[in-house]
Design a protein around this ligand. Structure first.
Ligand SMILES: Nc1nc2c(ncn2[C@@H]2O[C@H](COP(=O)(O)OP(=O)(O)O)[C@@H](O)[C@H]2O)c(=O)[nH]1
Ligand SMILES: [Mg+2]
Length: 457
């Protein structure tokens, strides 16, 4: 990408996923995009902006060429999209011809980088493009789309504008030689800063939920053999993915599925029952189960309510570390213990469920996301949930930095510090917010952000 982010040359890449498909798209962007497309297709009649033109790339493919004239295009430059048949070989041939005609292969994320450099979008929106492409749950996509549409950017700009107003008043006061705030009272400065502080705090709270939705988490099902771990796994996944039998020790490997739990992408892991293994295969299964638990953000510890608790259960209740939910399975059968009598309640929340009838599954789903978010009562079904504005760890860090600086400026105002001191803290807060939206962002960071994109985006 180069440290200076040159936009002088014309870039080209396949914009559709690698592999075969009905269609594949090659994208060009830059001042020579139209000329290169004309060369590749051998066309002498000029293309019309925003018109799909049927053309031929000689000896390669029949294509449809669409020119999005600058500045009304994704990148803000002349963009030409060449749609051909979706064969990797054909698309590569078109890219090669474009390179022969003067284009350069695009780096990952370079189209979006150009959109950012040409002020078509800000940094938050650019990052939202990548999130939207990566989204696997509808809620994830909704959060990313909100950011792409500028919800977060404009909220951040509103806060920045309030800080700027305060800065302007304090700077005006500096022109007066004697001590004291002239254009704003300390009380009003405190009130303004307290309001800004509240807004930033809401972002931070939002961000915890947002990160969960954006990043997803790994959840492991553990317990002794035959308590119904694989049945619960299948019930949550919604297919008979894992083998279920009445024989203890059926599951010997680690099974993994991705699923949408109240909007959060969860990697659910079914494991071998934890007990003294009877053979080497089971032994390895148990070892893998223990490793999976260490890596997981949450363990679902399954117990069988239709049988007395065993020594293995007791040991697991004592030893399982980290965040966990205790599941009392087989609630459709007569109960052999209640969690009060067995002292299970004391170890944390216990959810009764029947993996075979499905009773209690909804409660488990909700409990999973609430436990992961660390905020009981914070979650609802995904479609009723207010999508959080902040979801990206980088954004959250910038908000936290701004919050720290606002705290320090509040403290400075309250202890009667000079305008200069307050202004320095406010400057830090604004800098943090401007780095968030990319108004002030070092090249190094840009390179890092865009390098995580796929080529052609
Ligand atoms: N009645 C009833 N039986 C269940 C329930 N969950 C699992 N089972 C049965 O318990 C046995 C062991 O289940 P499985 O999922 O293989 O347990 P795992 O060894 O912990 O993975 C099977 O015969 C299941 O049909 C439940 O909720 N109710
Ligand atoms: Mg099993």
């Amino acid at each position: 990408m180069g440290a200076t982010f040159s936009t002088a040359d014309t870039i080209v890449a396949v914009a559709t996923p690698h592999g075969r498909g009905g269609l594949g798209v090659v994208r060009l962007s830059g001042t020579e995009a139209v000329a290169i497309a004309a060369h590749v297709t051998g066309r002498t009649v000029p293309f019309e902006p925003r018109h799909a033109t049927v053309a031929t790339v000689r000896d390669v493919d029949q294509v449809v060429v669409t020119w999005f004239a600058a500045p009304q295009s994704y990148t803000g430059e002349d963009v030409v999209e060449i749609s051909g048949h979706g064969s990797p070989w054909l698309l590569q041939a078109v890219v090669d011809l474009a390179c022969h005609a003067g284009a350069r292969l695009a780096q990952p994320g370079e189209f979006t980088l150009r959109a950012y450099l040409n002020n078509r979008i800000d940094l938050v929106q650019a990052e939202a493009v990548a999130d939207l492409v990566e989204a696997v749950t509808p809620l994830q996509a909704r959060v990313a789309l909100d950011q792409l549409e500028g919800t977060l950017s404009s909220a951040v700009q509103k806060i920045d504008a309030q800080l700027f107003d305060l800065v302007a008043k304090l700077e005006a006061s500096l022109d007066f030689p004697d001590e004291g705030f002239h254009f704003i009272t300390r009380e009003n400065a405190t009130a303004d800063l307290t309001r800004v502080r509240g807004e930033l705090e809401r972002f931070v709270k939002d961000g915890r939920r947002g990160r969960l939705i954006r990043e997803g988490r790994m959840v492991v099902i553990a317990g002794r053999p035959n308590v119904g771990k694989s049945s619960l796994f299948n019930a949550l996944v919604g297919t008979n993915r894992a083998i279920v039998t009445p024989l203890a020790g059926t599951t010997r490997d680690v099974l993994t599925e991705r699923l949408d739990v109240c909007g959060v992408p969860i990697t659910l892991v079914d494991t071998a029952g934890l007990r003294e293994a009877l053979d080497v295969i089971e032994e390895e299964g148990v070892r893998r189960a223990e490793r999976a638990q260490e890596a997981a953000a949450l363990t679902l510890l399954v117990l069988d309510r239709s049988q007395s608790l065993s020594r293995d259960d007791a040991r697991l209740l004592e030893t399982a570390q980290g965040p966990r939910l205790v599941i009392a399975n087989k609630a459709d059968l007569p109960a052999q213990w209640s969690c009060e009598d067995a002292g299970v309640c004391a170890t944390g929340p216990v959810l009764a469920v029947s993996a075979t009838s499905g009773d209690g599954l909804e409660e488990i789903r909700l409990a999973i996301v609430e436990t992961l978010s660390g905020e009981p009562g914070s979650w609802d079904r995904a479609e009723r949930l207010d999508p959080p504005m902040v979801s990206n760890q980088r954004h959250l860090q910038q908000v936290e930095m701004a919050l720290g600086a606002v705290d320090r400026s509040l403290e400075a105002v309250e202890r009667g510090a000079t305008e200069e001191l307050v202004l320095a803290e406010l400057g830090d807060a604004r800098e943090a917010l401007e780095a968030l939206t990319g108004r002030r962002t070092p090249d190094q960071l840009l390179e890092h952000i865009f390098s995580t994109f796929c080529v052609g985006k």
